[in-house]
Write a protein that binds this ligand. Structure first.
Ligand code: GLA
Length: 349
């Protein structure tokens, strides 16, 4: 196992960005950038033992800076959407950055994703990233200290530990926005990946992708991934929740909130790679890269609709405005703590 630091260019010719490589003793590796705390690469073996980067994204810092749709980035202070860019805490109204259609706060206004985090290794398999979000940043209350630890185990599991604490009562929802293609970054689309999600319900959304408040049973809908099925099997169905956002871009309500049972399992039959997702959060956003359009990516590839998929573990979108959802308001000094992991193996049918 090893942790190595490499230079990865500069922002505005003056802010150094580092690439940290975690390598395990099986030959797998994870590359993490201090810019956005970005999971930049993740090299995992296929059924023949050949390693390939299973993340779509960019080769260079320029790509991340100019074309990012959150590829691999950390997201906060509030992952996913806040309707009308507002919410209330203790009767006080907070107005936050509206960076989507001038109406909605998406991914906390992009703050965590575009910040340069400080990094220090911990042992031979972990990297600790830290970032302080100033008081009132993007309209969110209080100063917030965030810490994210990436660990690559010898079992080919990438573990992400999230911690955050603010000095005022605030909302916190943190995630990682990696886009996976288990065939490899250059393997084309992910429609043939076989996906299972441990969720009996999902949260349907309005035309602004804001949950309506309904928890809709997946049974009998294209959102039923309770049994394994290809991502592409029903993606073009005439079902308004799919046609409204050109594919899957929805929160699934996980049946179990425990890191011991997988929230989702994905299998790519050609390479044989399998990825299991574990989390202690209540939801996961399945996003099939619906809005990627001709984005220049790694190794001369082009990222388009369905070139990758995201499984963003999270509190449900717009939770602060939806009293019936599991809540994510934290008191001043109270710690947000959560763990998500992506575990890789292979399977041949
Ligand atoms: C999330 C959202 C999508 C899209 C991507 C980033 O997954 O749910 O609608 O905004 O982020 O492009």
């Amino acid at each position: 196992m090893s942790v190595e630091k490499l230079p990865f260019g500069k922002i505005d010719d003056c802010i150094d960005v580092e690439l940290w490589m975690l390598k395990n003793s099986c030959g797998a590796s994870a590359g993490i950038l201090t810019y956005g705390g970005t999971l930049h690469s993740l090299s995992m073996p296929d059924k023949l033992g050949h390693f390939k980067d299973v993340l779509i994204g960019f080769d260079s810092l320029k790509g991340h800076l100019e074309h990012s749709a959150y590829q691999g980035q950390l997201v906060g202070r509030y992952a996913n959407r806040l309707a009308k860019g507002e919410f209330f805490i203790n009767g006080n109204k907070y107005s936050v950055t509206k960076n989507e259609k001038d109406t909605t706060c998406l991914h906390g206004g992009g703050e965590f994703s575009h910040a340069v985090w400080s990094a220090e290794p911990s042992g031979e398999s972990s990297l600790i990233l830290k970032y302080t979000s100033p008081a009132g940043s993007n309209g969110f209350p209080g100063k917030l200290n965030a810490e994210v630890v990436y660990t690559l185990t010898d079992e080919n599991e990438l573990v992400i530990d999230f911690r955050a604490k603010a000095d005022e009562d605030t909302v916190i929802n943190l995630t990682n926005h990696a886009y996976f293609n288990l065939g490899g970054f250059d393997a084309g689309n992910v429609l043939g990946h076989i996906l299972q999600i441990n969720a009996d319900c999902f949260t349907p959304t309005d035309l602004y992708s804001i949950p309506t408040g309904e928890l809709r049973p997946v049974e009998g809908t294209p959102f039923d991934f309770t049994q394994p099925k290809p991502i592409g099997l029903e993606i073009n169905a005439a079902y308004d929740q799919l046609t409204n956002c050109k594919g899957y871009d929805h929160n699934f309500c996980l049946n179990e909130r425990t890191p011991d049972i997988s929230a989702a399992v994905v299998w790519e039959p050609v390479s044989g790679r399998v990825m299991e997702v574990f989390t202690d959060l209540p939801g996961v956003q399945l996003y099939t890269g619906n809005f990627l359009n001709n984005v220049p990516g790694k190794g001369g590839t082009v990222m388009n609709q369905y070139t990758g998929f995201c499984l963003e573990t999270q509190y449900y979108p717009d939770t602060p405005n939806q009293p019936s959802f599991p809540q994510c308001t934290f008191k001043a000094g109270e710690e947000f703590r959560s763990k998500t992991s992506f575990k890789f193996s292979t399977y041949t049918s």
